[in-house]
Design a protein around this ligand. Structure first.
Ligand code: TXA
Ligand code: MG
Length: 335
């Protein structure tokens, strides 16, 4: 299959891409589309056969549910059986944006979208292209991240192409994803609500709008399959990844040697203690700012993999709520 990559950087190209993507989606095809978190691999969420293709293309286990993307509140309400007060509150505060709410499913949602369960995750993305396509289609879009199962999510069209070229007919290039890590998944089907997957909308933001939260979230080690995104090993680069702290370069080198890791093809990603001339290794710096770090992180990991990195050393993130989504992804990538 030839994969067409189309851009959206002028109003004319944008409109043309919206029409082309919607045409494909109406006939049950699967296409890669930009969102503000990461790129999504989208299909008509109401078409079981189209959704089945997503699982096949990604090599995704059938029990892993897929997030349904909508472009207004009515569409969200059509997908769920109940719309509690807390859903109303969260949608007012955080939609459109990087928050997925898990609620009891309605009967229009096919079984394979929910992984056979009784709940569905719904999200109203803020990316203008994704919104325009959903409106043009008039139906919700099921879309997991546009990567092969267990690999790093794509944050630009090139990343998608490197994993899915020849497997899908269309990739829409909507630029760099502005959030950079996947949405926060909040389970509102239980009381009190639980964060199933942390993201850039963190527990304290949710608490600030009056959400009663369970203490923290399920420890990853508990291995709950409530959200398969909680599996310990997930979102991994090909290289071995370790998260370390170091006051200076000598200690960084000592730690790497102590861990009996090879320092050839070693890439360091730092935000605060930046090693100056780190031996044979490559150093990249992401600003010490959670939003900037999240935006750049997956691109750095993709770049390290593409450059044949054998070891990626990431400077550990600060233990602060706004870094919790980043800490979670690094922990899984290092597992
Ligand atoms: O930011 C995002 O969420 C991106 C973009 C494309 O929107 N999508 C994404 O999808 O990350 P995916 O499939 O890679 O991750 C979805 C996560 C999985 O961990 C899945 O288990 C969880 O959301 N999830 C989806 N529906 C669920 C449900 N009904 N109950 C529990 N967890 C659910
Ligand atoms: Mg994913």
């Amino acid at each position: 299959m030839v994969t067409e990559i189309i851009s959206t950087h002028t109003p004319e190209l944008f409109q043309k891409a919206v029409r082309l993507a919607a045409e494909r989606l109406r006939t049950g095809e699967v296409v890669a589309l930009p969102t503000e978190t990461v790129y999504g691999l989208a299909a008509n969420a109401l078409d079981e056969k189209a959704v089945a293709r997503i699982f096949q293309i990604k090599g995704r286990p059938a029990h892993n549910p897929i997030i349904v993307h909508i472009a207004d509140k009515e569409m969200a309400r059509d997908c769920v059986a109940r719309w509690p007060e807390l859903a109303e509150k969260c949608s007012k505060s955080f939609w459109p944006g990087p928050l997925t709410m898990v609620l009891p499913r309605s009967e229009i949602i096919p079984d394979n979208v929910t992984g056979g369960g009784e709940t569905v995750g719904v999200r109203w993305p803020s990316h203008p292209f994704m919104q325009a396509v959903i409106r043009e289609c008039g139906f919700p879009l099921a879309a997991p991240s546009a990567n092969l199962s267990n690999q790093i999510s794509p944050t630009n069209a090139e990343h998608v192409c490197s994993q899915l070229d020849g497997k899908i007919p269309l990739i829409v290039d909507g630029g760099q994803s502005q959030v950079g890590i996947e949405s926060t998944v909040l389970d509102l089907s239980v009381s009190p609500p639980r964060i199933l997957r942390p993201g850039m909308i963190h527990g304290e933001s949710l608490a600030a709008v009056g959400l009663p939260m369970a203490d923290g979230w399920l420890p990853i080690e508990s291995g709950s399959l409530k959200s398969p995104g909680l599996l310990k090993k997930h979102y991994s680069p090909k290289a071995k990844l370790v998260v370390l702290d170091w006051p200076d370069e000598a200690e960084l080198v000592a730690k790497i040697i102590n861990l009996k890791l090879k320092t050839q093809n070693c890439f360091v990603i730092a935000h605060t203690n930046i090693p100056a001339g780190f031996g044979a290794g490559n150093v990249s710096v992401i600003p010490h700012d959670a939003e900037a770090f999240a935006r750049a992180l997956y691109s750095e990991l993709h770049r390290c993999d593409a450059a044949g990195a054998e070891l990626i050393v990431v400077e550990s993130p600060p233990d602060l709520p706004e870094w919790s989504g980043i800490a979670d992804r690094l922990q899984r990538a290092a597992a």
